[in-house]
Design a protein around this ligand. Structure first.
Ligand SMILES: Nc1ncnc2c1ncn2[C@@H]1O[C@H](COP(=O)(O)OP(=O)(O)OP(=O)(O)O)[C@@H](O)[C@H]1O
Length: 274
């Protein structure tokens, strides 16, 4: 796999008016890789995604194919970089197909309508995410998990080179969260894009991400490859954010190394006596 820098973050700092929450985050990604951001609650995962796509004032740089994202006007930024927040924020009655077609907005002029080909691609994206036949339904009537799949379809058609996803799996059941990440992984490898996804499920991240960015207190603690880095290195980094854990490697049917993570009980933990 090609490992030339495609997306590089250097010295990223950001906050909300008080002390900096992100304190010099650094990492880089080659094209065709999915990077999972893991960190405890409040470690800065969402803040990182918002700073990269310019929603928060920040210091440092995010370079995508050598272009400083911080210098791009909003429309050009939206063409290159798609940010999917934890909640879609869509509160109006709108069809499922029209939500997916919103992915084309940065490419359309004022009052320009999506083409027949765009509609066809949007239908295919919905079929890929398991929502075939739901195109004309009201988006508001979908379950939270189905809404996440619909937003994923919108992201896939957007043509952005960099996808920033904030807990894209949070409302999905066990099967769907793996299907979603496998789909994203295949798509990213094939299309040579980059995905940065904040995830709360470390097993999912270990199984589906090419790389893991471990955040602790707004800083990069480690950048690791679940497929090839030594287990003790992975255990040390994961234990720093989740408490004591142990990892076991299992051979998958696909021939890749799969990791199973166990949370080890802390001996020093007091029983809960309220
Ligand atoms: N709008 C805001 N104003 C002030 N502080 C904020 C704001 N949003 C987040 N923070 C603070 O920034 C820190 C990092 O929050 P952030 O949402 O980036 O963490 P996270 O890793 O995504 O957490 P979680 O896993 O709980 O979603 C937290 O201490 C939080 O209180």
């Amino acid at each position: 796999m090609n490992h030339e820098p495609f997306f590089t973050v250097t010295g990223l700092t950001a906050g909300y008016g008080g002390p900096d929450i992100l304190r010099g985050v650094e990492f880089s990604s080659a094209p065709g890789l999915i990077t999972g951001i893991l960190g405890a609650n409040g470690s800065g995962k969402t803040t990182l995604l918002k700073a990269v796509c310019g929603l928060l004032p920040h210091g440092g740089q995010s370079l995508l194919e050598g272009c400083d994202l911080g210098t791009l006007p909003p429309r050009q930024l939206a063409r290159r970089c798609a940010y999917i927040p934890q909640r879609s924020g869509i509160g109006i009655d709108i069809s499922v197909l029209d939500v997916v077609l919103m992915g084309y907005n940065p490419h359309l002029g004022l009052l320009e309508r999506p083409t027949a080909q765009m509609k066809e691609t949007a239908r295919r994206a919905l079929a890929l995410t398991g929502l075939a036949g739901r195109e004309e339904e009201n988006y508001q009537t979908l379950s939270e998990g189905q809404k996440q799949l619909c937003i994923l379809a919108r992201t896939l058609v957007s043509g952005a080179q960099l996808l920033l996803l904030d807990e894209p799996e949070s409302a999905l059941d066990f099967q769907l969260r793996y299907r979603m990440l496998h789909l994203l992984r295949r798509w990213v490898h094939q299309e040579r894009r980059a995905v940065l996804a904040a995830l709360h499920d470390p097993m999912l991240a270990l199984s589906c991400c090419d790389r893991l960015l471990i955040l602790e207190g707004g800083k990069t603690l480690a950048v690791l490859s679940p497929a090839c880095d030594p287990l003790p290195d992975l255990e040390t980094a994961l234990s720093a954010i989740y408490g004591p854990v142990s990892l076991t490697a299992c051979p998958g049917r696909d021939g890749r190394r799969h990791l199973v993570m166990l949370s080890e009980e802390r001996e020093e933990d007091e029983p809960w006596n309220l």
